[in-house]
Design a protein around this ligand. Structure first.
Ligand SMILES: [Zn+2]
Length: 129
């Protein structure tokens, strides 16, 4: 059953990794997804991330939950898992949870995981993390 509370637990661990990679300058492909503004352009940017990986989808158990993770021969692929989680998020909930920080001069990408989808600032600029 989809998680409709905004916690997006069913998209872990990828969605958590996406939150990190969206603001990581070493992964400009993720920033390009949120910078696009236009859904078609954003989709192309996200598809480029997905096309760039050789990782494959696996199911793995963590405690009492099952997670979807992208893996290579060497283990979990964080970038591929993040891109996959973002794609699943958009397919389910549209682009509204993928945002850019509204703080002056920031613009960092982040995933709005709040139930009301009302977050405006990245974790660096939000008092509530
Ligand atoms: Zn910010």
């Amino acid at each position: 059953m989809p998680d409709r509370t905004g916690r997006l637990r069913d998209l872990e661990p990828g969605i958590g990794w996406a939150a990190e990679l969206l603001r990581d300058p070493r992964h400009p492909g993720f920033a390009a997804v949120v910078a696009a503004g236009d859904p078609e352009v954003a989709a192309r940017a996200l598809n480029r991330l997905l096309a760039a990986t050789t990782a494959g989808l696996r199911l793995r158990r963590t405690g009492e939950h099952w997670q979807v993770v992208m893996v290579t021969e060497t283990g979990p692929d964080r970038a591929a898992s993040a891109a996959s989680a973002l794609a699943r998020l958009v397919a389910r909930d549209g682009w509204r949870r993928l945002k850019r920080c509204a703080a002056d001069g920031c613009g960092a990408g982040f995933v709005d995981r709040t139930a009301a989808v009302g977050r405006k600032y990245c974790s660096g600029h939000s008092r509530h993390g």
